[in-house]
Design a protein around this ligand. Structure first.
Ligand code: CA
Length: 230
């Protein structure tokens, strides 16, 4: 892996140290700041490749800082993952177009965090397309665009591949059809929510041939979740 610099902006010391440790163990170079004021000058010189930004910061909030950076000319290209707490913040960030590249809700596992960071870095071209994602016996090769179960390749469409990639990098959480449309199809396209169901149905059918259909779970009244546990 090339050197990837991640800037962690988090005011709570224990969380900041935990994030730094997890990232360093995964091979990232980490710098950290306690708030936006301290982080701003750190964008000069050696630009970070990604910012992991807490929503609740003293002074300028993470959301406001993200918005500022994304609107600005010099730092708008730095990918940002916003860290939110469950509940109100999470609802707000869903409804707001702050320009963050992704958001992750506390509490999260180190594995989930690293998967998210890699996905954002790949999407923004900062990380080679290489790398495999695996969950529940399903392996996704993001370089070769292949999905396999026990060495057998599954015949998925490009859309279904993106859907699986999203699920594998966002395991165990429930996503509504609208959220899946935003994240997998993109916000600019107008597609009916039904389309999501059609692709989910197809994916399940493909996974069923390998007894893996239970990985995609329907959460009544809300949406879908990809999980190993029922
Ligand atoms: Ca905080």
């Amino acid at each position: 892996m090339p050197e990837i610099n991640v800037l962690v902006v988090e005011d709570e010391e224990a969380i900041r140290e935990m994030l730094t440790l997890v990232l360093e163990q995964s091979g990232f170079t980490v710098s950290s700041a306690t708030d936006a004021q301290m982080a701003t000058p750190m964008l000069e010189g050696k630009k970070p490749d990604l910012i992991l930004l807490d929503w609740m910061l003293p002074g300028i909030s993470g959301v406001d800082w993200a918005r500022r950076l994304k609107k600005g000319e010099s730092h708008g290209d730095i990918p940002i993952i916003l860290v939110t707490a469950r509940g109100e913040e999470e609802d707000k960030v869903r409804g707001l177009d702050v320009g963050a590249d992704d958001y992750i809700t506390k509490p999260f596992s180190p594995r989930e965090l690293i998967a998210r960071i890699r996905a954002v870095l790949r999407r923004t071209g900062k990380l080679d397309k290489g790398g495999k994602l695996e969950l529940g016996g399903v392996t996704l090769d993001t370089e070769q665009h292949r999905v396999t179960v026990e060495e057998t390749e599954l015949a998925v469409s490009p859309t279904e591949f993106r859907l699986l990639e999203f699920f594998l990098t966002h395991p165990g959480r429930v996503y509504s059809r609208t959220q899946l449309l935003d994240q997998v199809w993109g916000r600019s396209t107008y597609i009916e929510e039904r389309t999501v169901d059609v692709h989910i149905r197809r994916l399940r059918k493909i996974l069923a041939e390998h007894q893996r259909e239970n990985l995609i779970q329907t959460v009544r009244g809300f949406g879908y979740r990809f999980s190993e546990s029922l």
